[in-house]
Design a protein around this ligand. Structure first.
Ligand code: Z5A
Length: 217
């Protein structure tokens, strides 16, 4: 039987550099012999990517916060069953661009959905599955927004205002404070080189965690 893989998630507000740094982390871990699977939420499966399109699409009608929440967890249920669990069970390290902490940040922090609603869905959909390590890329909201907005057309989330994204950021920082054993907070407001220097420290920590788990099994 193979050792269960590590589940690493990368979180942060829009435009803080998650995709860029996830790719950096992926190649560092691969170069060091770790078998990595990269994925994202919402998405990561064919059904999940269909749901993602539905979630990001700008619509005429207002999208009810509960509809949004249930769609996110519907995509997550498929993602866990089809991609995350099989990879972890096969001993592969899963590197995921956003997971349930994003739901606490965006739906509870941003949309003001009750925390307990997310907690209940988390237990229902994930059972005991939680990330082993979470990297929070943190930067003042205006920095992330300005980096993301050079891309042009805005999706349904990107159309939210500064207050919304400030609430998202505060929620992430609070989560990191409440679960400091799992979280590593990276200052993402500095140059990419400086961000990646900080990431290397965490990546080396992940490597030694991985080696310990391999030896201990
Ligand atoms: N959502 C939700 O509401 N609830 C949930 O549970 C989940 C998601 C899972 C889509 O997610 C939306 O889903 C998201 C929340 C919601 N909406 N928002 N906002 P997403 O992760 O796909 O969307 P995103 O946050 O908008 O990602 P992004 O805009 O692609 O940003 P990013 O991946 O963090 O950044 P990036 O693409 O790596 O970098 C952006 C640009 O900045 C790029 O040109 C880089 O070269 C540049 N960059 C990166 N780092 C630096 C530094 N350090 N200096 C200078 N320039 C930099």
């Amino acid at each position: 039987m193979s050792i269960r893989g590590l589940f690493i998630t990368v979180e942060g507000g829009e435009g803080v550099g998650k995709s860029t740094n996830l790719a950096f982390l992926e190649s560092f871990l691969r170069d060091n012999g770790v078998d990595v699977v990269c994925t994202r939420e919402p998405g990561g499966t064919a059904i999940g990517e269909d749901i993602r399109r539905l979630l990001l699409q700008i619509r005429q009608e207002e999208v009810c916060a509960m509809t949004e929440l249930l769609l996110i967890f519907a995509a997550r249920a498929q993602h866990i069953m089809e991609a995350i669990e099989p990879a972890l069970a096969a001993g592969r390290t899963v590197l995921c661009d956003r997971f349930t902490d994003a739901t606490y940040a965006y739906q509870c922090g941003g949309r003001r959905v009750a925390w307990d609603n997310v907690k209940q869905l988390e237990s229902l959909v994930q059972d005991k599955l939680r990330p082993d390590v979470t990297l929070l890329l943190d930067a003042p909201t205006v920095i992330g927004m300005s980096r993301a907005r050079v891309r042009g057309e805005l999706d349904r989330f990107e159309q939210e205002d500064l207050d919304f994204f400030d609430r998202v950021r505060s929620s992430y920082l609070q989560q990191a404070k409440n679960d400091s054993g799992r979280y590593r907070v990276i200052d993402a407001s500095v140059s990419l080189d400086q961000v990646q220097q900080q990431l290397l420290t965490v990546a080396n920590e992940v490597l030694s965690f991985w080696h310990q788990r391999s030896v201990g099994s």
